[in-house]
Design a protein around this ligand. Structure first.
Ligand code: KG4
Ligand code: ZN
Length: 347
């Protein structure tokens, strides 16, 4: 079964054809960071405009590379939430048009579930597992019982993990996106040069603490920005590297602490890590070296937003009989996400 996936939830325009949920026949990703970098963040109006300019070419290229032709496609899947409404709409209109014109089933896909699915292409994950989705827009700790089923354990109370990397990078004058730039600079620094706060929100306190699985990055971000203000002078490059390394340490240590905590509370020994920040080599090393659990990461090219993860997940949803109507609507938020509370989500 060959599924055409479409992804436009934020600032990547992507289309992919995936066979039977496992074999990526094509995965075309048009990034927009050139258009957003002067603003050091994604500008929603620019994102949706750019999506509409390139979407047709991206889809055509994905079909061409997959060598299926449009008539070889069995279903169309599209990220429908969460994301920027204007951006989601572009991909959804394209998906609906193809589904209607070719009389194919349409599947609206949860972008977060799709990120989690991205680990499946290079691993054979055993469920249940704990999942961390860490990107520019999300920091989520999940419990997943099977593909497409999950419960939100915790999320960020303020900035997302990737957003903190981007904002600190902006302050250090490193450009956008900030994560890779911080990682690069950190390689030359001493991560113990500054002791920035590792914000667990709870210390080691009781299991019932409402923030036991939640994150907060704004305090760390401000601590780093305040520290770097003091060193704003020429010749401070070594200091900048030390700041980047020490920030990266604090920002990533907390991810391991929370994942460990969830695993030990729930008696689970497996963690899947996905989203742009899963690219970070310190994160990969921390999790791979962990004795308490096994970890699953996507290939580097599948950590960023891409349509292969959408088409891959859709295969399983399609097998379960899930379909969306042509009046499918985009949603900006993840439903049932209540900060500080455990809420069940998924079908
Ligand atoms: O998943 P993604 O491509 O887009 C969404 O936000 O959905 O994630 C992008 C985020 C950006 O904030 C970027 O700075 C961060 O992932 N990122 C990294 C690294 N590569 C990308 N953060 C830390 N280290 C990296 N190597
Ligand atoms: Zn994403």
């Amino acid at each position: 079964m060959d599924i055409l996936g479409i992804e436009t939830s934020c600032d990547e325009t992507s289309a992919s054809v995936v066979r039977n949920g496992t074999r990526i026949l094509s995965n075309v990703v048009a990034t927009q960071f050139e258009f957003h970098k002067q603003y050091a963040g994604v500008v929603p109006e620019i994102a949706s405009r750019r999506h509409s300019e390139v979407i047709n070419y991206v889809i055509e290229q994905a079909i061409r590379e997959a060598k299926t032709g449009f008539d070889g496609i069995d279903a169309v899947a599209v990220s429908s939430y969460p994301g920027l409404i204007g951006s989601l709409l572009v991909g959804m209109i394209a998906a609906k048009t193809i589904a209607a014109a070719l009389a194919l089933p349409l599947l609206g896909i949860n972008h977060i579930e799709a990120h989690l699915y991205s680990v499946h292409f290079d691993n054979d994950p055993v469920y249940p597992l704990v999942a961390l989705i860490i990107s520019g827009g999300h920091t989520l700790l999940l419990l997943s019982e099977s593909i497409g089923k999950y419960e939100i354990l915790g999320s960020t109370l303020d900035d997302a993990a990737g957003e903190a990397f981007d904002k600190v990078a902006k302050h250090l004058g490193l450009g956008y996106p900030g994560g890779p730039a911080i990682e690069m600079l950190a390689k030359r620094g001493d991560e113990n040069a500054f002791s920035f706060p590792i914000v667990t929100l709870t210390g080691d306190r009781s299991r019932n603490h409402p923030d036991r699985y939640n994150f907060s990055y704004s305090g760390l971000k401000n601590a780093v920005i305040n520290q770097s203000e003091r060193f704003r002078n020429p010749g401070a490059e070594e200091t900048a590297a030390n700041i980047a390394a020490s920030f990266q340490k604090a920002a990533t240590d907390v991810l391991l602490i929370k994942a460990r905590r969830a695993c030990s509370d729930l008696g689970i020994q497996r963690v899947a890590v996905a989203g742009g920040v899963a690219n970070n080599s310190r994160v990969r090393k921390l999790f791979k070296n962990e004795a308490e659990f096994e970890s699953y990461f996507p290939a580097h090219e599948l950590t960023q937003d891409n349509a292969a993860m959408v088409a891959g997940l859709a295969y399983h949803k399609h097998r379960l009989g899930e379909r969306s109507d042509l009046d499918l609507q985009p949603k900006s938020r993840l439903e049932n996400l209540v900060k500080g509370k455990r809420k069940t989500h998924g079908k």
